[in-house]
Design a protein around this ligand. Sequence first.
Ligand SMILES: Nc1ncnc2c1ncn2[C@@H]1O[C@H](COP(=O)(O)OP(=O)(O)O)[C@@H](O)[C@H]1O
Ligand SMILES: [Mg+2]
Length: 306
Amino acid sequence: MAEHEPVLTAMNMSVTYEVNPPVRAVKGVDLVLNRGEILGLAGESGCGKTTLAYALNRLLKPPALLTSGSVTFHDKGGADIDVTKLQKNDLREFRWEKCSMVFQGAMNSLNPVISIRAQLFDVLKTHRPGMSKKAMTETAQGLLKLVGVDPERLTAFAHELSGGMRQRVMIAMALALNPQMMIMDEPTTALDVVVQRGILREIMRLREQLNFAVIFITHDLPLLLEISDRIAIMRSGEIVELNTSKNVFENPQHEYTKQLLSSFPSLLGDEGAFVRDTGQGAAGEGAEDVGADESDAALHTDRAER
Ligand SMILES: Nc1ncnc2c1ncn2[C@@H]1O[C@H](COP(=O)(O)OP(=O)(O)O)[C@@H](O)[C@H]1O
Ligand SMILES: [Mg+2]
């Protein structure tokens, strides 16, 4: 697992939205992601998490401007890639093959008029030219299996899938080219708790199996405490604390971290001390409820969302 060998090093990242007045959304952030680790990025809505993610993956568009910073990707072959200097094709390759992203609200961004299969094929056709149709079908089926979706659903359209299923498909797409790292921006926020659990379990299992690193973004600190190796706490564009999950939980250093922890009553025991449900966390409780139950629960969510 985490071998303390970096896969991505970002230094002094600053992003301003050039509006009037300008918004300094990210201010001098340093961040190192180790191979195979899950790094949680926590902080209130509007603190700059998505902006930072976009800066790491070169997705910023005007009025956002990267005013300072460097991003280095340490490729598994040993080469260091200066992400800020990548041009067109190399940048496209970087985004899918090395560092893929699951966007906030991604499950609603599947193309409604083409099948899941066609969308997976698009990725494979672009990045694996020469792959036979048979191989693409097998790969697409394998990817769905990987994320716990019945491969029969390949021919489905987005509206035929529950929210949880759609989000799993988005994760399958992000995994399609076997990236060394993924950035997941609130990947389960819109889902109800049961579905969320199922997906988190899947992510943790896949991480074990495929050994990619994850930057997992959410405002849900209790969730991060369960799944992350380390957690970065972000506030007003800055990372105010970065430590192992255990230390963030047991020995928070920054006043804001303490405040954030105490804002989740579920973490407080009778005595007012923090209590972490260590059990086996996301991998433990209800481990058998993946599958049918989940799609049921997801359908309920969908209904509630409408
Ligand atoms: N297009 C934009 N123009 C101006 N300000 C923006 C834009 N997008 C985001 N911001 C501002 O940047 C800050 C960080 O936003 P964001 O990165 O989306 O935060 P988070 O993901 O933590 O909720 C917020 O103050 C937000 O209002
Ligand atoms: Mg966001």
